[in-house]
Design a protein around this ligand. Structure first.
Ligand SMILES: Nc1nc2c(c(=O)[nH]1)N[C@H]1C(S)=C(S)[C@@H](COP(=O)(O)OP(=O)(O)OC[C@H]3O[C@@H](n4cnc5c(=O)[nH]c(N)nc54)[C@H](O)[C@@H]3O)O[C@H]1N2
Ligand SMILES: Nc1nc2c(c(=O)[nH]1)N[C@H]1C(S)=C(S)[C@@H](COP(=O)(O)OP(=O)(O)OC[C@H]3O[C@@H](n4cnc5c(=O)[nH]c(N)nc54)[C@H](O)[C@@H]3O)O[C@H]1N2
Ligand SMILES: [Mo]
Length: 778
């Protein structure tokens, strides 16, 4: 079992003075200017702007400073005074810049001019917007529409996203992969299948009405720190928070509210989790089976006294499939549950008893459940657990995926989807007078497969850092350059801009904090948070450069340069007045977005509704569906001697591929990200010593060599058989084929690897199996 033996050590709580110092350390004087303070003050408030970091709720009753350490970092990162100008690009070739670290690239500051790749000098050179639109448009007109990919990262507003999806469909494809394909796509697919709505059913107020929370694989302290406030309030009310996570994450242990002067001055901590269970990566299927097993046993006991633990009325009226699931649970032994979960029966029963006794329970989760080969089963079983006691569709209950990017959920809501059945295509056809494509488009993994196979000829990136975020980075980078056209819309320089197609453009855009002045005046945009609430957002800062365009203007400019004119599609008018785009959104999605322009400034946002919350089940059976799992582990591969499950983690000093600094304060890892976390017992077994430099190699048995070297061994409290290391540095180790079976979300929380201690010793342990189903390397 894992010990408490981290050498990497942080004694402090999440929040507290550490979070204030964390901001000051990175931004120094930049953070203390009146303008920065004024901007932060307006963050996440009505008539203010909505944070560009995560998608956590923006409540109506906001705090004086409704931002967290990471929201402040993200805002200040966008507001930096540094500029990455044409001068910078004149000094460096792309070949040279490809050797720079992600951190150093983004440190160059905001992009200022549209740039075109010049193959003769291997440099980006400045160009005019119209020239860029013209060339990209004329190239796009020559491709088979099915060979072009339109990626988006989850930041672009509802307005930009709606136009982007419309552009792709008018162009002729549904190739609209999105960062959520690497993230909560498992949620979208699993929840749609079992409860008929692909997003969470919980709203903010439920958090103060529940009497227990079950928390799987979400790192609140780093990734959605404002969530710590309702968690702290719940813990203070005596609500047990039961956490399952291989890593002891500080934010789920103790918290000091940096907005509470008394707590700050007295160092008064709140304990967050009442129970903390260090599950094996992929062990959640077994835990959930164990919890359900205990619930059924408790129900058997209760029946003897004429009572029930199960919500039998709810089950009879609203669900299907319990019989088969129940038989499976009863047939599953505790021995198997203990082996697969890495936890003891008494631990699981202890957690399950809290569930038995609680009347209103919320289930919360993040990447720890979604990023597995059997991520679908993780989520479906979590829903099973909730259904047993009617914990969906009542106040203070429900399932709550914590979404990532600030508008990632909203982008899917307004049409960015490769799945045509999720988009009201008939309505769009009637509204704009064209026939949208009805065939399925490519998701992220399929787009990567197409790029490797050479069938994808052009890639358009609306934000993000695709090449860095996806699996199989080394092979992907080599294949990337074979594309004819790559276009990236971005605020800051990143790795994806340096791996270019034959023709490549880098187009700089305004950020959400900045004033967006168009023909009818300053424009606001809107986003959807993790609780399905829609908020207006108004940027007021002077844009980083006069040459920047908004994402709306860039998408419209490109669409106009590419598509035949259509009188119902008014690109110029839409750019002049975003309220007209919102009118179009309201027409396409009339149920959710009626009176959009009037409602967008509602304090706390307006709720777009969720059928499952009303106990209306838009599933195939018309009921909420119990799922019988075909597997007892989510990892998707067998254990073998020397094979570890690698989990890729984020620090509080990064936002995805954006690295703010090298301090993972809450895990006590400082100064470097090139580390391999492993527990003491495993270190002994593998004959490793602290500080030793090792490599990780792929153990996927697909014949492809994958290696990341130069990792320093750091003893860390983790379950046996498991390792931890940072995303995105580890992405070369993740096979493209290693993804959730149903949704194709890359399985970044259980990657099969071996440790290579040194070139001589380990060649023996790295097996090279003959190629069987392997894809060919490029
Ligand atoms: N500061 C900051 N904030 C962010 C981001 C960021 O990079 N930095 N990214 C944003 C985005 S896009 C997203 S999607 C979210 C991601 O936020 P999270 O969903 O929290 O994602 P991760 O931090 O990748 O992993 C979550 C937790 O899963 C645990 N875990 C790993 N494997 C397992 C397992 O098998 N079972 C269980 N139960 N737990 C497991 C890890 O230890 C980790 O604590 O955060 C968003 N917010
Ligand atoms: N191994 C492993 N891989 C993972 C994950 C993991 O946990 N482990 N997590 C996955 C997840 S959850 C996600 S969401 C993906 C993230 O994948 P992406 O969303 O593609 O990546 P980001 O790092 O969020 O993108 C950062 C870049 O976005 C640009 N940008 C910032 N703001 C704006 C803006 O307002 N407009 C535009 N146009 N551009 C902007 C900047 O240039 C910045 O460099 O990675 C996935 N990959
Ligand atoms: Mo994400």
């Amino acid at each position: 079992m894992p010990g408490e033996e981290n050498t990497a050590h942080y004694d402090g709580p999440a929040g507290g003075w550490g979070s204030i110092r964390g901001i000051a350390r990175i931004f120094g004087k930049e953070w203390a200017t009146p303008l920065a303070t004024e901007t932060l003050y307006r963050q996440n408030k009505p008539r203010g702007f909505m944070c560009v970091s995560c998608s956590w709720s923006k409540p109506a009753n906001y705090h004086p400073f409704e931002f967290c350490e990471n929201g402040a970092k993200a805002t200040l990162w966008e507001l930096t005074s540094r500029r990455c100008t044409p001068d910078f690009f004149a000094k460096h070739t792309l070949t040279e810049l490809r050797n720079w670290k992600d951190y150093d690239l983004e440190q160059q500051g905001r992009l200022t001019h549209p740039m075109r790749y010049d193959p003769a000098t291997d440099k980006y050179v400045p160009c005019e917007w119209e020239e860029a639109f013209r060339e990209i448009g004329s190239e796009l007109r020559m491709f088979d529409p099915k060979s072009v990919v339109f990626y988006s990262s989850g930041r672009a507003s509802l307005e930009a996203s709606y136009l982007y999806a419309l552009f792709a469909r008018m162009y002729g494809n549904n190739n609209l992969p999105d960062s959520s394909n690497m993230c909560h796509e498992t949620t979208a697919v699993a929840l749609k299948k079992v409860i008929g709505a692909g997003v969470g059913t919980v709203v903010f107020d439920d958090l103060s009405n529940c009497d227990a929370m079950f928390f799987f694989g979400q790192n609140t302290g780093s990734n959605s720190p404002r969530f710590l406030h309702p968690l702290q309030e719940a813990a203070k009310r005596g609500v047990p928070i039961i956490t399952f996570n291989p890593v002891r994450e500080k934010g789920l242990e103790v918290f000091i509210n940096p907005q509470n002067p008394v707590e700050m001055l007295t160092g008064q901590e709140t304990r967050i989790s009442a129970q903390y269970h260090q599950v094996r990566p992929g062990g959640d299927v077994a835990i959930l089976m164990g919890i359900c097993k205990h619930v059924l046993a408790a129900d058997d006991e209760a029946k003897k006294q004429g009572k029930r633990v199960l919500d039998v009325d709810f089950i009879a009226q609203h669900t299907t499939g319990l019989e088969e699931f129940e038989a499976k649970v009863r047939a599953t032994s505790w021995e198997e549950i203990e082996r697969e979960s890495g936890l003891s029966r008494s631990d699981i029963e202890g957690a399950a008893q809290v569930y038995v006794e609680a009347d209103r329970v919320i289930g919360i989760y993040g990447m720890g459940l979604t990023q597995h080969v059997h991520g679908f089963e993780n989520i479906a079983l979590f829903v099973n657990m909730l259904l047993l006691k009617g914990n969906i569709g009542r106040d203070g209950t429900g399932i709550s995926p914590v979404r990532g990017h600030s508008n990632v959920q909203g982008q899917r809501t307004v049409g960015i989807s490769e799945k045509p059945e999720l988009v009201p295509l008939d309505k769009i056809a009637a509204q704009f007078g064209f026939e949208p494509p009805r065939d399925k488009g490519m998701n992220t993994v399929e787009a990567c497969e197409g790029i490797l196979a050479g069938t994808v000829k052009a890639f358009f990136g609306l934000g993000g850092n695709f090449v860095r975020a996806i699996p199989e980075r080394d092979r992907m980078e080599r294949a990337w350059t074979k594309m004819r056209l790559t276009v990236q819309v971005a605020t800051k320089l990143n790795r994806s801009h340096l791996v270019n197609g034959e023709i490549a453009y880098l187009l700089p855009c305004r950020g959400r904090t900045e004033e967006d002045l168009q023909a009818t005046g300053p424009q606001a945009v809107s986003i959807e948070d993790t609780f399905s609430c829609i908020h207006g957002s108004l940027g007021r800062r002077t844009p980083a450069s006069e040459s920047l365009k908004s994402e709306v203007a860039i998408v419209a400019g490109l669409a106009k340069a590419t598509l035949k004119p259509n009188p119902k599609v008014k690109w110029d008018e839409w750019v002049g007045d975003y309220a007209l785009i919102r009118d179009e959104i309201a027409e396409t999605y009339s149920e959710e977005f009626h009176d959009f322009n009037e409602r967008m400034w509602t304090p706390g946002g307006f709720y777009r509704g969720n059928s499952a919350r009303e106990r209306i089940w838009k599933t195939k059976s018309g009921k909420a569906e119990f799922t019988t799992p075909k597997t007892m582990t989510a990892s998707g591969f067998k254990d073998a001697p020397g094979r570890y499950r690698l989990i890729t983690i984020r620090s509080n000093d990064q936002f995805n591929t954006t690295i703010y600094g090298y301090s993972d304060r809450m895990r006590g890892i400082e100064g470097t990200r090139d580390v391999l976390l492993i527990n003491h017992d495993e270190m002994k077994r593998a004959n490793l010593h602290e500080g030793q430099i090792v490599s990780l190699v792929s153990d996927a048995e697909d014949g492809v060599d994958r290696e990341v070297s130069g990792l320093k061994v750091v003893p860390f409290s983790l379950p046996d058989g498991c390792l931890g290391a940072y995303y995105p540095e580890m992405n070369p180790l993740m096979p493209l084929s290693h993804h959730d079976e149903q949704s194709k979300t890359p399985a970044a929380k259980s990657i099969p690897v071996r440790i290579r201690a040194s070139a001589e010793t380990d060649l023996v342990t790295v097996r090279r199996e003959p190629l069987d189903h392997a894809t060919t390397d490029v």
